[in-house]
Design a protein around this ligand. Structure first.
Ligand code: PHB
Length: 402
């Protein structure tokens, strides 16, 4: 007997309760077969996200955003109730295949939603492609997902790593920096973001003079800070997020570098982390597809709803989770909840115009958001919008054949 206990959210509530798989299987056995089955009962959503480790807060925010949209829709998508199956992926790529199979093969979810870490998401994409499972990525920026691994069943509501860093190149050049040092965790996200930054910065006329990395999720930054102090670049560009980002910014300040060497980054550095950084984070300039202080009506409603449900302010991860549910709702509504009508469902998702709190966006041919990138400045607990630095930026989708 299977003793696994998935978390299942009851309709009409964002709070979770636990039920055994035995119960779920017993219920499933009572359902009629085939197409009729696809249209009745609950839609099974597999949430595979980090709930422990340096990205835990990010995984929770994505989950909160997703569930908020479902709750606002009466606990349903495409007219059907939702049943959640939840796996903590620990941001560990080595466990990605096994964890994804728990949802795809064992729980037989209709839709796979996840994750935060690019390396884990690539493992998920492999399983999703092999099983033709509908897969929506609410964060991980791995360029491959909407590049060489693009597929009709893979969608993303967040960003590509290229997209989130490319926009920073001209910004840093305009701030009169010419020689820049980069520092990041050594895995796909860090590599692709620092590469995209270098691509844009060098095109503008600057030079990346040194690329430094440390293993994910290490936070022993001291040797790198010592080297930066010795190299004296005009600026430093980094990718860090979650708990590691807060530690890095505090260490950068404590090393006395903030006053002499400006620090730039994609906004993951300061989203959801400003409180933990304290004074060290103030004034940081970052680029991202979301910001505090946007004036669109959707954002105002979203923030009010989020604050009411969770007694907290949302961040970019919450927005991406909310939009993953919105995108799915568009597809599922088009087929009235009948997930067996895959081609029609995919077509509706491809054509969607998502009314996002970040501002409305559409999807590229490779299923990645085409979106505005904001310059933001950290003030108090907020990443205040300064300007739009890149309008309707589309990922080049290198290697995508679809
Ligand atoms: C990623 O691994 O793709 C990633 C993780 C955390 C972020 C952004 C990107 O904040």
């Amino acid at each position: 007997m299977n003793s696994y206990s998935p978390k299942i959210t009851s309709p009409g509530s964002i709070w979770t309760r636990t039920a055994t798989v035995a119960t779920a299987l017993a219920c499933a056995a009572l359902l009629p077969l085939g197409n009729a089955q696809a249209q009745s009962g609950k839609i099974k959503i597999g949430l595979m996200l980090p709930y422990t480790g340096t990205y835990a807060a990010l995984g929770n925010a994505v989950t909160n955003g997703f569930k908020l949209y479902v709750e606002e829709s009466g606990g349903k998508l495409g007219g059907r109730d939702i049943e959640y199956f939840v796996v903590d992926d620990e941001s560990d790529p080595a466990k990605a295949t096994e964890n994804t199979n728990k949802l795809v093969k064992r729980d037989q979810v209709d839709v796979l939603v996840g994750t935060v870490h690019s390396g884990v998401a690539m493992g998920m994409a492999k399983v999703a492609r092999e099983n033709n499972t509908l897969f929506v990525v609410p964060n991980a920026g791995a360029d491959e997902l909407t590049g060489p691994l693009c597929a009709p069943n893979i969608f993303r509501t967040s960003f590509s790593n290229w997209q989130s860093a490319y926009a920073m190149g001209p910004v840093v050049y305009e701030k009169r920096a010419r020689k820049v040092v980069t520092l990041t965790w050594k895995y796909a996200a860090g590599k692709q973001m620092t590469d995209a930054f270098a691509e844009a910065f060098e095109k503008a006329g600057g030079k990346v003079v040194k690329e430094m990395t440390l293993p994910f999720p290490n936070v022993e930054f001291q040797p790198f800070l010592t080297e930066i102090a010795a190299l004296k670049p005009d600026a430093v560009f980094v990718f860090f997020a979650g708990g590691g980002a807060a530690k890095f910014v505090k260490d950068y300040g404590a090393a006395g570098l903030r006053a002499s060497i400006p620090l730039y980054a994609p906004g993951f550095l300061t989203d959801g982390t400003l409180e933990a950084m304290g004074d060290a984070g103030q004034g940081l300039l970052t680029t991202l597809h979301y910001a505090d202080g946007l004036t669109n009506a959707k954002d105002q409603a979203f923030r009010a709803g989020y604050a009411k449900a969770y007694k907290a302010a949302p961040d970019v991860y919450a927005v991406q989770g909310y939009d993953a549910a919105q995108l799915l709702a568009t597809g599922l509504s088009a087929v009235k909840g009948d997930v067996s009508k895959r081609a029609e469902l995919v077509k509706a998702m491809e054509a969607a115009r998502i009314d996002s709190p970040r501002g409305a966006f559409t999807l590229s041919k490779a299923h990645n958001p085409v979106q505005d990138i904001y310059l933001r400045k950290a003030e108090g607990k907020e990443n205040k919008v300064v300007s739009v630095v890149s309008k309707a930026l589309a990922d080049p989708a290198r290697g995508c054949k679809m």
